[in-house]
Design a binder for this molecule. Sequence first.
Ligand SMILES: Cc1cc2nc3c(=O)[nH]c(=O)nc-3n(C[C@H](O)[C@H](O)[C@H](O)COP(=O)(O)O)c2cc1C
Length: 192
Amino acid sequence: MGKVTWKPGTMIYPLPAVMVSCGATKEEYNIITVAWTGTICTDPAMCYISLRPERHSYGIIKKNGEYVINLTTSDLAFATDWCGVKSGRDIDKFKKTGLTPIPATVVSAPLIKESPINIECIVKEIKELGSHHMFISEVVAVNADERYIDKLSGAFLFNETNPICYSHGKYYETGKSIGRFGFSVRRKKSAK
Ligand SMILES: Cc1cc2nc3c(=O)[nH]c(=O)nc-3n(C[C@H](O)[C@H](O)[C@H](O)COP(=O)(O)O)c2cc1C
C-alpha cells in the first residue's frame, strides 16, 4: 500500500485540550478551550496558545497580556467541550459550568480550582500567523493540586488526574504507560 497525499492541513494529534482562563476582574473572567497550545522552551519556561481574533477571549488576553492554562481531566471533559462551543460574550462560563475561579499568585486572571495544574502565563509576543494569532508567553508560576502530590516522594502523580487529550475531533482518556523516558536505551535486567 502507498501513501495518500493531502493538501496542507492541521494533522498533529493527539494534543492537549486545555481550558484557558482570562480576565482581570470578575465581570471580565472567561474560559476558552484551546487545543493549539504547547511548550516551546524549558528555560525560561515558555508556552504558546493560538487564538482566532474573533474569540471573545482574544481581546481580553491581548488587553491584559495574561492568562492561565488549566489542564483538563476526564471529570472536566464536559466543561472543556462546553467552554469550547459557547462564547463568553453572551454568558458567564464560570457560573454556567460551576467551575470555581480562585486567585492566581502572579497574574490577574483566575485559576480554575477544579483543574489539577494551573499554569500562569504572561504574554511576550503575539505573532499574527493567519487564521490564528500565536501568543508566545512566559510561564511565571505553576500551581498543583495537593491531592495529587505523593506524600513520600513529593512527585506529582499526573496519571492519577486522568488527563484527557484531543485527537482529530474527539476526546480521549490517556492513562496506560508503555515506557519511561529513555527506556529504549536502558539495559534490560537479566532474566535471573
Ligand atoms: C477541543 C477544542 C479545541 C479548541 N481549540 C481552539 C484553539 O486552539 N484556538 C481557538 O481560537 N479556538 C479554539 N477552540 C474554539 C473556542 O474554544 C470556542 O470558539 C469558544 O467558544 C471561544 O470562546 P470565547 O468566545 O468565550 O473566547 C476550540 C474548541 C474546542 C472544543
